[in-house]
Write a new protein. Structure first.
Length: 110
């Protein structure tokens, strides 16, 4: 239970402290006074060049890589830490108990 509580507490702190982190990008667009970050993966030129050199598989791999790397930043990291702490605590409770052995005075079924 200590692992679960510590993990959930840390996840809560990460979630609270992370806030909405600004996106990282190569360029910025200004529309009606608002600033928008242009991610290189959203650029048509980038995606076209990537497809030209590596095909559809390169685009899929790039999208998968960007998604996976986004899991380790900001509020998504808090959800990952919470999930890992739940899984680890469940694993310790489920598999960490001693197996049910017959008492020493009773013969085994073998």
């Amino acid at each position: 239970m200590v692992i679960l509580l510590a993990g959930l507490l840390i996840a809560g702190l990460i979630y609270h402290r992370a806030g909405n982190l600004p996106d990282e990008g190569l360029s910025y667009e200004f529309v009606d006074g608002a600033v928008y970050v242009v991610d290189p993966g959203d650029s048509k030129l980038y995606r076209r060049e990537l497809e030209r050199f590596g095909g559809k598989a390169a685009i899929f791999a790039d999208d998968l890589n960007r998604w996976f790397s986004s899991l380790w930043k900001g509020r998504r990291l808090a959800f990952i830490v919470a999930l890992f702490s739940i899984v680890i605590a469940f694993g310790i409770v489920r598999f960490g108990r001693a197996p049910d052995l017959p008492p020493p005075d009773q013969p085994s079924d073998r």
